[in-house]
Design a protein around this ligand. Structure first.
Ligand code: ZN
Ligand code: ZN
Length: 564
């Protein structure tokens, strides 16, 4: 591949000094390089454009059992194919469809057309890891990875109960976490409704942070603290990814703040916090607690969040939180839902949903998400997400970016909503407009840092040449919807909203060390309760590569000071 020079663009690269200046960016052998005088380059005029690293979605449901269940449940989302538009001669003929439940191919195409080059599946069930990797491997272009779900699996809860309040067997639990991350080739660990998915299986219909699980007598507080501590000890760069207790319940801000307290200063990432920032004030006993949440995030620099913004229209919610999805099933639109489970390890509930502007609750949820974005001071602690597809499809990101960058546009939208909402929330008074630097942090530099990806999310020399070139436009939605050029590892993969090439993406994973003595316990557990032999549970490098469509293996470095 001949060296490439992107000339004269405004380089927005918040991870490196000199961001926002006009300069050239060189690409040599798929990596960012320092431009050399006298070197022969293919040149591309980036004048009038903003040049950024490729976008990274740190929380998007793109692979694994419940994504497939959602596709099957939402046949109507797949009836209409793509519009037969005349394609430029160098564009690929691409067939794949779906909006809130796009097929694997459409997932890759739509992300790449917007300038995204990586996405992470947040809820991989250990016993379904092979399938999740295969499905992500089928997504073209994007690099991918997944967080494995722990915290409602029987073995973890049993070990936690055995260790008692003092966690006497902590090292055993840590080794179990280390083994699971290795075996499933995960990038981190997600806990969903800590302990609650399991509690639901013994008919407990709610489980608050300090409430004991009726069977195991352990609390969500213990689950969260133990997992966060284990990941820190193991040196896994992405801290515990937490989908907290009481998702969607009015007044759940108390549980969210309790969860932060349970961490006792350990680092953690709280996901789709919009769904966890509700108060009980006002005429409908449902109010915004965005300010309380933002205060807590501002006061705890070791905590990061993604928002899970809702977007009006049809979507489908697909969650590991069987307890909460069962409770929400009555609200399904269209009226159908599915729940499932594999080997009692986690859970799954898929409920179609239409967010309506005329609904007070939905309109307030929309406002709460935006308030969180605007009230958290440090953009490095916030990641831009819709929790695709739960709050809305990822294809709405350009619209969301405009809402955050353009106050006039935001107020126009607010005026269309249920009339009581503007009066009952703080959004109308928020004058902040996010800058393009802040958007670059929330969509690439920040997520790369939170995942420990040192050579992604920025345009410093040596970084992967994943690049998005956006033509400057006052309409930020139009600007971010259709970048002029998108490069993946130095190859131009999209131009003006059309996919040009579909190389296989790479797979990110992490391999923490652990004491193999734990395998004795695991072998006994799998032989008694698993569907396959213990020897076959762990995914090898060769198998991962085959699963992932022969994509590149991208093992992440552990952070320094890891125990093992
Ligand atoms: Zn979740
Ligand atoms: Zn999610």
């Amino acid at each position: 591949m001949k060296p490439l020079l992107l000339k004269g663009g405004r380089v927005v690269d918040p991870a490196n000094p000199g961001s926002g200046t006009l300069r050239d960016v060189a690409v040599v052998d798929g990596r960012i390089a320092v431009p050399q005088p006298g070197q022969a380059y293919d040149t591309l005029d980036a004048g009038g454009c903003v040049v950024m690293a490729g976008g990274i979605d740190l929380h998007s449901h793109i692979g694994g059992g419940k994504v497939n269940l959602a596709r099957m449940l939402m046949a109507e989302d797949h009836r209409a194919g793509p519009n037969p538009i005349a394609l430029p001669s160098n564009a690929l003929e691409l067939a794949s469809c779906g909006t809130c439940t796009p097929g694997t191919l459409a997932t890759g195409y739509r992300y790449v057309e917007m300038g995204y080059t990586a996405a992470f599946e947040p809820a991989m069930v250990p016993s379904n890891a092979r399938h999740a990797h295969m499905e992500m491997g089928d997504v073209p272009v994007l690099d991918h990875g997944a967080y494995v779900m722990l915290g409602s699996d029987e073995l973890f809860l049993q070990l936690l109960a055995e260790g008692g309040a003092a966690a006497a067997n902590f090292s055993q639990i840590r080794d179990y976490v280390g083994w699971t991350v290795n075996a499933s080739k995960a990038m981190g660990v997600k806990v969903v409704n800590p302990g609650g998915i399991s509690a639901f299986k013994v008919n407990q219909r709610k489980l608050d942070v300090n409430e004991p699980h009726v069977r195991w007598q352990v609390t969500p507080r213990q689950v969260v603290h133990t997992l966060a501590r284990a990941l820190k000890d193991l040196g896994v760069p992405h801290p515990l990814h937490i989908h907290g207790s009481n998702l969607g319940v009015a007044g759940n801000i108390a549980s969210t703040l309790e969860t932060i307290a349970a961490l006792e200063g350990l680092p953690a990432h709280l996901t789709h916090v919009q769904f966890h920032a509700y108060g009980t004030e006002g005429p409908k006993k449902f109010s915004s607690a965005a300010a309380q949440l933002a205060d807590a995030v501002n006061a705890n620099p070791q905590i990061s969040i993604d928002v899970g913004q809702i977007i009006f229209g049809q979507t489908v919610t697909a969650s590991g939180d069987t307890m909460r999805q069962f409770a929400n099933a009555d609200l399904a639109s269209p009226r159908k839902w599915v729940g499932s489970d594999i080997e009692a390890m986690a859970g799954c509930g898929v409920v179609p949903f239409r967010y309506r502007e005329a609904s007070y609750v939905n309109a307030l949820q929309w406002a709460i998400g935006l308030e969180i974005f605007l009230l958290v001071k440090n953009p490095w602690q916030v990641v831009l997400t819709t929790d695709h597809p739960n709050g809305g499809p990822f294809t709405s990101y350009p619209h969301l970016i405009r809402l955050l960058m353009d106050r006039g546009f935001r107020e126009e939208q607010l005026a269309k909503l249920h009339p009581d909402v503007a009066a009952n929330c703080a959004l109308k008074g928020l004058t902040r407009e996010l800058t393009i630097e802040e958007i670059a942090v929330m969509t690439r530099a920040g997520p790369a840092k939170l995942l420990g990806l040192k050579d992604r999310g920025h345009l410093g020399a040596g970084a992967a040449a994943d690049i998005a070139v956006y033509r400057e436009q006052p309409d930020r939605e139009a600007m971010f919807a259709t970048p002029a050029h998108v490069f993946k590892d130095g190859v131009e993969v999209a131009r003006a909203g059309r996919v040009l090439a579909t190389p296989a993406g790479g797979v990110h994973f992490v391999e923490p060390g652990y004491d193999r003595a734990i395998e004795k316990t695991l072998r006994r557990h799998w032989e008694e309760q698993g569907a396959i032999r213990f020897e076959h549970v762990a995914i090898s490098h060769d198998e991962l590569c085959t699963c992932c469509n022969r994509g590149r293996l991208l093992p992440a470095a552990l952070f320094e000071g890891a125990a093992a």
